[in-house]
Design a protein around this ligand. Sequence first.
Ligand code: GAL
Length: 517
Amino acid sequence: MTLPHIARLPIVAGLLLVQAGMATASPAAVAGNYILTPKPRPAPAINGPSVSGARPGRPFLYRIPSTGDRPMRFSALGMPESLRLDPATGIISGTVPMKVGEYTMTFRARNSRGAATRRFKIVVGDTLALTPPMGWNDWYTHYDRVTADLIRRAASAMVSSGMADFGYQYVNIDDCWMVKPGSTDPDLGGEPRGADGSIRPNRRFPDMKALTAFIHAQGLKAGIYTSPGPLTCARFTGSNGHEEADARKFAEWGFDFLKYDWCSYERVAGSKTLEDRKRPYELMGGILAKLDRDVVFNLCQYGMNEVWTWGSAVGGNCWRTTGDLGVEKSARLPGFYSIGFKNAAHDEYAGPGRWNDPDYILIGSVGNANRISDPPKPTSLTADEQYSYMSMWSLMAAPLLFSGDMNYLDEFTLNVLCNAEVIEVDQDPLGKQARVVRRTEDEFVLAKPMEDGSLALGLFNLSESPRRIAATWADLGVRGQRRARDLWRQMELGNVSGNYAADVPRHGVVFVRLFPR
Ligand code: GAL
């Protein structure tokens, strides 16, 4: 079947500065970008995952992601008594029930235009990140320039841009928040640890508790970074020999997510054996599980020793499967493709609480990982490449962590990041990573089984010209008639049988969901 004709909406305003709800035009227009995601309706719609994992008795925080006109009133039927909901903001806070089990509730959002309900389940047990973490990480924008103030502004922009209404919730600090030993920069140098051995932030982070309190007040969560080696990758202070004290400090400060890098640990490890490579993650995973705070554990050791086969056993919730996307080189296609191809091969290891992590979403205005002193600038990826990127990450149930500049979110970038039906594929509670149906020089086809029995299908054109791509029912293991829905356009395509075929633009994607009839 062929796609009906779709109007392509050009972007005329160029970059928009989204900050504190204000949109200001900037001169850097992005030519050729076309918007597919329909604008959210004025009536309420509740987005984001339908399930959340938490450990008994730990602090709980969740902002019900919902689009629609404000003011909006929220309620939650059947919510455990240890939790409370702010009806004006939709922020749920309190303590996770002590009793292990499943707690199902119904969220309701109402405004002057209507109401929406949605079932939500808190699974109290051992497993966090039952769906892939979503949020932002500062690395590819701020590098060694990161400050507490920039992190605060990013948190505010996550709400004012509307990203939080689609489920983005983690605001994660990467490297460079600690002291840099030997640095003559008065902001960065100094004593890395207090007299009692406790880790000290550098002067750009004067008050970590106040920073996480600011993030939490908006219903968002805070992430931090360290390395098991004596130094981080950017040669700031690492946690070697202080693992337990540092982890406790992160929890005391109020962090909810830890990215644990590798870098200078190579020297400590001694050998390249699995045992030596696993050790620091085993140690930190054990420490985090015993904290009085839920901290999602992100391993960042670039896929060494097939981390996907053991990352979950050491307590990891997600693990980078490759080197840094920002420096990935490839002959013809942009770097995210080769990272995606590598990550796609490990689908059998992903599941609720354990995700393959192909690194961040680098679109919008992003820094140059090869020359970190360069200021961020608009991505050189075409519109079709950006749709492919986001589709591939969603099909792979990858963590959706944007790492472009939160202060320069243009309308096109938000349309890529904030399509509720695309995100729903990523956040599906079944937690399956797409299977590679086909990979040739010109075509890449991914299929992801969804909890409701539907199948999300991505047809990616890797070639240099438009191309018709088909997946047969035999390829997909389905039978009979299916109802097809275009996820980017959020539009019904009618019934199909035998195969699904579409014309796909150069480096573009057609992303559909096939429902049983
Ligand atoms: C790399 C890591 C990046 C970033 C950087 C910080 O090892 O893969 O994501 O965290 O270190 O120095």
